[in-house]
Design a protein around this ligand. Structure first.
Ligand code: PGH
Ligand code: ZN
Ligand code: CA
Length: 282
C-alpha cells in the first residue's frame, strides 16, 4: 500500500531502526526494490531524483510506482530525492508522491529556512511529508555536484534553528558520507549524530550511504539514523548483472540482459534491508 514518508519514518524513529530509500529510474529497479521489500517484510521508500524524472518522465514514474505500491504486501512511500525547484516539487505533489525533499543546502541558512518553510506549508496542506538537508555532502548525485572543499558537516545549533523554523518532518544531516563511490573509507562523525539526535526528537536521514561499511551503518542506525539513501550500490549491481550475461554478441534480448540485472539489484537491496534493521518491520 502507498503511505506517507512520515508514517514509515515515525515508526522507524520510535522503533530505533532505519528504512532504506532506494533510487529508481526504470521498471527493473522498481521491481527489484519492491520484491526485496516483500521478501524481507520491510517497509520501503522508493525515491526518484530530478534526473530520474527527466529520464523516465514524471507520469511514467508516478503510474509505475502507484501500481507497484497498490500490489505490494508492504508499506511503500514515493519520495522526491533532492528536489531543487518549485516546478518539480509541486509537480510531484500533484502526481501522487507522498514525500518530497527540498534541497536548499546550497543557500545561506536564513534563505534555506525561508524557502523550506514555504515548501512545508504547501506539502503539508496536501498531506505530503517533507525532508530537508542541512550541511552539505560532497560528491555527485545525478545533477547535483558538490566539490570536497564546499562540503560542510551539519552544525547541531543550526539544525535546531532549522527544524523549529521550517516544520520539516525529517532532516538529512552531513556527518562525513558523500554521494557516489568513495576513494578511501568514509569516516562518520558519530558524536555529531548523537548530539543532533539528542537535540531533535525526529527521524534523521543519511545520504550517500552506498559504500559505507556495515559496522558504520549499524552504529549510525543505533544512534538515530532512520532513513538511509542508496543509489550507487544499485547502479553497480545493475551494471555487474548486465556484464555477467553480455559476454558475447549472441546476447541481444533485453529480457535476458535486464532480468539478471534485476536479480542482482534485488540481492543488494535485501542485504541493505537486513543491515538497516527494517526487515520484518512491515
Ligand atoms: C543518495 C544516494 N541519494 O540521495 O544520497 O547516495 O549514491 O552514495 O548511495 P549514494
Ligand atoms: Zn542524497
Ligand atoms: Ca556514497
Amino acid at each position: 500500500m502507498l503511505v506517507t514518508g512520515k508514517e514509515i519514518l515515525d515508526n522507524a524513529h520510535k522503533g530505533n531502526y532505519a528504512v532504506g530509500a532506494f533510487n529508481v529510474n526504470n521498471m527493473e529497479i522498481l521491481q527489484a526494490v519492491i520484491a526485496a521489500a516483500e521478501e524481507t517484510k520491510s517497509p520501503v521508500i522508493v525515491q526518484t531524483s530530478e534526473g530520474a524524472i527527466s529520464y523516465a518522465g514524471m507520469d511514467y514514474l508516478a503510474t509505475m510506482v502507484r501500481l507497484a505500491a497498490e500490489k505490494a504486501s508492504v508499506p511503500v512511500a514515493l519520495h522526491l530525492d533532492h528536489g531543487t525547484t518549485y516546478e518539480t516539487i509541486i509537480g510531484c505533489i500533484r502526481n501522487g508522491w507522498t514525500s518530497v525533499m527540498f534541497d536548499g543546502s546550497h543557500h545561506p541558512l536564513d534563505e534555506n529556512i525561508a524557502a523550506t518553510k514555504e515548501i512545508v506549508k504547501i506539502a503539508h496542506a496536501c498531506g505530503v511529508s517533507v525532508e530537508a538537508e542541512l550541511g552539505r555532502l560532497g560528491g555527485i548525485e545525478d545533477n547535483i555536484s558538490v566539490d570536497e572543499k564546499d562540503a560542510r558537516l551539519t552544525s547541531p545549533e543550526e539544525a535546531v534553528k532549522f527544524v523549529q523554523g521550517t516544520g520539516v518532518d525529517y532532516l538529512a544531516i552531513a556527518i562525513g558520507t558523500a554521494h557516489g563511490k568513495y576513494k578511501g573509507e568514509p569516516k562518520l562523525d558519530f558524536e555529531r549524530l548523537q548530539t543532533i539526535k539528542g537535540l531533535l526528537d525526529m527521524p534523521i536521514v543519511l545520504h550517500g550511504a552506498s559504500g559505507v561499511p556495515e559496522d558504520s551503518i549499524i552504529k549510525a542506525t543505533k544512534l538515530g539514523i532512520n532513513k538511509i539513501n542508496i543509489d550507487t550500490d544499485i547502479r553497480v549491481a545493475f551494471t555487474e548483472g548486465v556484464k555477467s550475461v553480455v559476454t558475447t554478441s549472441d546476447v541481444y534480448d533485453p529480457r535476458k540482459i535486464c532480468g539478471p540485472a534485476r536479480e542482482a539489484m534485488k540481492k543488494v537491496v535485501m542485504e541493505k534491508m537486513n543491515m538497516f534493521g527494517c526487515a520484518g518491520k512491515a
